[in-house]
Design a binder for this molecule. Structure first.
Ligand code: NAD
Length: 262
């Protein structure tokens, strides 16, 4: 089935940042898309309508909460009905919380593990049967450089992202003979609302100014001293969906300005 042409993509956490960029790139290449995520209903509807208008594909929206396994299963069912199937699943939704481990609120730990790790399991298990049926599928997980290396004060995020790296490899092995590839993208610091929002907490946790956090904490780890862009991450996702990537599976692909080379 290597000649199969994908038609539909479901991207979790796509009302903002990296997920929205991946959704728009999918639509630009002719895929119908389902957006998912939180946010102002009017803004989300405007993003959905803009995708249809800009690219002439169908765009849907699911408000499923990625903390809720049953809601994720329902999202996959709804999406399958709306679009006629899910050829491409991008597990992208994610949150961050920065705190010393002894002060880390247990409810924040649970939320991060649920959204950044368990949601990928719930969505993957729900789409795999139909992908197996077509003997074609692409599952892309947005992991992080923190899937490969750690930073202090991000225990839940690092644990969840290391979990995603392992999940990616395990499921890739299970699905290797079904025409389904499973990979993760491991970006370094990408300039998105998620990064912007963690600046105040990092300032507090480390006693630094905003400029010091950007230069000495964030870009200190990135040898190129530049943020990754959402368009660059989306371009890698599109490559992983395309035919040239058919033999790439179980891979955790770094896009981190050299961070994890050190
Ligand atoms: P973002 O905050 O811009 O987007 C996060 C998305 O997840 C939003 O659409 C948000 O609504 C959604 N989301 C959050 N909680 C949700 C919930 N309970 N249910 C449904 N949707 C929910 O952040 P981003 O930077 O674009 O992050 C996207 C992914 O990329 C995350 O998994 C993040 O860990 C990863 N990542 C980001 C960076 C970076 O530097 N920005 C680096 C490496 C990895």
């Amino acid at each position: 089935m290597s000649s199969y042409t994908p038609r539909n993509a479901l991207i979790t956490g796509s009302t903002s940042g990296i997920g929205l960029a991946i959704a728009r790139a999918c639509a630009q290449s002719g895929l119908n898309v389902t957006l998912n995520g939180l946010g102002d209903p009017g803004e989300i509807e405007a993003q959905r309508a803009a995708i249809e208008c800009d690219y002439g594909v169908r765009a849907f929206y699911s408000g499923a909460d990625m903390r809720d396994g049953a809601a994720i299963a329902a999202m996959v069912r709804d999406t399958t009905e709306w679009m006629g199937g899910v050829d491409v699943l991008v597990n992208n939704a994610g949150i961050q919380f920065v705190s010393p481990v002894e002060d880390f609120p247990p409810e924040k730990w649970d939320q991060i593990i649920a959204i950044n790790l368990s949601a990928a399991f719930h969505a993957t298990r729900a789409v795999v049967p139909q992908m197996k049926g077509r003997r074609w599928g692409r599952i892309i997980n947005t992991a992080s450089a923190h899937a490969l290396v750690a930073s202090p004060f991000k225990s839940a995020y690092v644990a969840a992202k290391h979990g995603i790296a392992g999940f990616t490899k395990s499921v890739a092995l299970e699905l290797a003979t079904f025409g389904i590839t499973v990979n993760s993208i491991c970006p370094g610091y990408v300039w998105t609302p998620l990064v912007e929002k963690q600046i105040p907490d990092t300032m507090k946790a480390r006693g630094l100014t905003e400029e010091q956090v950007k230069r000495d904490v964030m870009l200190a780890a990135q040898p190129t001293k530049e943020f990754v862009t959402v368009e660059q991450v989306a371009a890698l996702a599109m490559f992983l969906i395309g035919p040239a990537a058919a033999q790439i599976t179980g891979s955790n692909m770094s896009m981190d300005g050299g961070w994890t080379a050190a």
